[in-house]
Write a protein that binds this ligand. Structure first.
Ligand code: GDP
Ligand code: MG
Length: 295
């Protein structure tokens, strides 16, 4: 019997959802950062085994939205919860439950899908704290199963995968076995560029940046890929920050992104980056749709 199904990763921003997604499939499918609200879209990662295919769905963290982008992200996460066969509710081992965790746990109690509690970042918690925190989290709801792990170190994931397979219904292989994500290449490339900008900038900039790849083409008869991308910011004053003194910042972003893109595509990359203003795009419905953050 072949099984397949969809598994949503749900939790507060920054608990390690995208890190777990990547560790589960053994490839970098979603970008990661130390800042909350890095993930803006629903990202799927596919794990194919002989007996089952698991499709993990990374979601933007559930938080109290402050602008239309935030609302669209939360809506996406909530919709995902309704459409899946299993939910991984992710929390942090080194922190006791906070207000946000409790809200999410309450929301999950209404879900019809089984929920696994995943206490992540076990590597950061002292053993006695870990046991106490795990107890607190378990009391927030009724969970089908619970796991303590480190998404970063990718410890004990086989155990989690086996338990997940047991919850999935009988079903077909939805994707070809060698496919790890359903995201188009231009989206992956744009996300890699955005990921490089996040730690190099501060305050509102990481949140105000959107990246769109206009063109990604393989040059004929040479191992070279041309990638043309636009970096959008919300205000004129932010352009200078991204470009930097004498263009140094943009160069740094370009170099970091190019290295990773070359590793990803296994070819030399020629990267053309432009910075543009899309005024207050996070608050404009139309821009959110154009940027792929809302439907
Ligand atoms: P998300 O917002 O829930 O998707 O969280 P991310 O996956 O982007 O991770 C947020 C931060 O936590 C990043 O700096 C990760 O490197 C870090 N992180 C994630 N999982 C672990 C873990 O198991 N151990 C440690 N020490 N850090 C982790
Ligand atoms: Mg994320």
């Amino acid at each position: 019997m072949h099984k397949s199904g969809f598994i949503a990763l749900i939790g507060r921003p920054n608990v390690g959802k995208s890190t777990l997604l990547n560790s589960l499939v053994g490839e970098k499918v979603a970008i990661i950062s130390e800042r909350p609200q890095t993930t803006r879209n629903q990202i799927r990662a596919i794990l194919t085994r002989e007996e089952a295919q698991l499709i993990f769905i990374d979601t933007p963290g559930l938080h109290k939205p402050k602008h239309k982008l935030g609302s669209a992200m939360v809506k996406m996460a909530r919709n995902t919860m309704r459409e899946v066969d299993l939910i991984f509710y992710m929390v942090e081992a080194h922190h006791p439950p906070g207000y946000g965790d409790k809200q999410i746990a309450a929301l999950l109690q209404k879900s019809e899908s089984p929920v696994f509690l995943i206490v992540n970042k076990a590597d950061l918690a002292a053993p006695e704290k870990l046991a106490a925190h795990k107890d607190f989290y378990e009391k927030l709801g009724s969970f089908k199963n619970h796991f303590v792990l480190s998404a970063l170190k990718a410890d004990n994931l086989d155990y989690l995968i086996d338990a997940a397979v047991a919850e999935l219904p009988e079903g077909p292989q939805f994707y070809p076995p060698n496919m790890v994500t359903d995201q188009p290449e231009i989206f992956v490339a744009a996300e890699i560029i955005r990921e490089k900008i996040i730690p190099l900038t501060s305050q509102e900039i990481p949140f105000s940046v959107a990246v769109v790849v206009q063109d990604l083409s393989f040059r004929e008869e040479s191992e070279l890929i041309d990638i043309r991308a636009e970096i959008f910011v919300e205000r004129k004053s932010q352009v200078g920050i991204i470009v930097g003194k004498g263009g140094m910042m943009l160069k740094k972003i370009g170099t970091l992104a190019r290295k990773e893109l070359e590793a990803l595509f296994g070819a030399q990359v020629f990267l053309d980056l432009r910075v543009k203003v899309k005024k207050d795009w996070r608050s404009r419905e139309k821009d959110l749709r154009r940027l792929g953050y809302a439907d």
